[in-house]
Design a protein. Structure first.
Length: 258
């Protein structure tokens, strides 16, 4: 009986050590909230960061506005990469950030799809009867959707084609519409072209930047990082400004801030 109790106690001790070890590993994992436009590039950044530091990262993506709401409601994210500067600034002002947000990329808005006609003459193309549906992300929560609406207003097209507009919850949903052919055209981020070789599969054209406000994308180090491991989170935050990270960002459809 004594031997059985001794073995049982040893087994419980081993289980306890394993649970503690797993908890430590989980605590060291950086939880990153990422705007949907950066889903492709964040995977490459994660891999490069892991190669350089050995530190694990976990990503949750979605519309910037929805992620901001989640953070304000207690979502345990350590870092937030937004598709704009306003949502990170809002979080910092409300006490959810440790440092002021900083720019990590400048977005490029494009229109693309698989339709007949010259995509470079997109202003004429969207008005044609052959194009039945045009996707944009929700302008209220997705900065790329807001930029698309700005551009349509600039060219006096919004009212003319509003019956064709299909709104995606985030830019990733717009991309899904484009991939599956649900829509003929869609306004999305240039980085989308680097996902699965879409650059060679779809017609596309950059939207003139004079028609929309610069898409300045900012990152903010969140207060939750103090609970889960500030050192690791700070390393990733600083990594985004490194030559290695900037090269990856530039090679995946973004411009770089100075």
């Amino acid at each position: 009986m004594i031997k059985i109790k001794s073995v049982a106690n040893k087994m419980m001790a081993c289980i306890g050590i394993l649970l503690l070890f797993n908890a430590q590993i989980y605590a060291q994992t950086i939880r990153i909230a990422v705007a949907a436009n950066a889903q492709a590039v964040i995977k490459k950044l994660q891999a490069d960061f892991k190669k350089q530091t050995g530190i694990n990262t976990e990503v949750v993506s979605g519309a910037s506005g929805k992620l901001t709401t989640q953070i304000m409601n207690g979502a345990p994210y350590d870092i937030f990469l937004s598709a704009d500067t306003e949502f990170p600034a809002k979080l910092f002002a409300a006490g959810y950030g440790i440092q002021k947000p900083k720019l990590y990329a400048l977005g490029s808005l494009i229109i693309c799809g698989n339709v007949q006609g010259d995509i470079k003459d997109w202003q004429k193309l969207v008005s044609m009867g052959a194009v039945k549906k045009i996707a944009i992300a929700n302008p209220k929560t997705a900065p790329y959707g807001y930029a698309a609406r700005q551009s349509l207003k600039f060219y006096n097209l919004e009212n003319k084609i509003k019956h064709k507009l299909v709104f995606g919850e985030s830019i990733s949903q717009v991309n899904t519409y484009l991939q599956t052919g649900v829509v003929g055209l869609g306004f999305t981020t240039e980085s989308f072209l680097y996902e699965n070789g879409f650059k060679d599969k779809l017609k596309w054209a950059r939207i003139d930047q004079k028609s929309y406000k610069n898409i300045e994308q900012a990152v903010v180090l969140l207060s939750h990082a103090k609970k889960s491991g500030i050192n690791n989170a700070l390393k990733f935050y600083e990594y985004l400004s490194s030559a290695s990270a900037r090269k990856i960002i530039k090679n995946n459809g973004y411009h770089l801030p100075n």
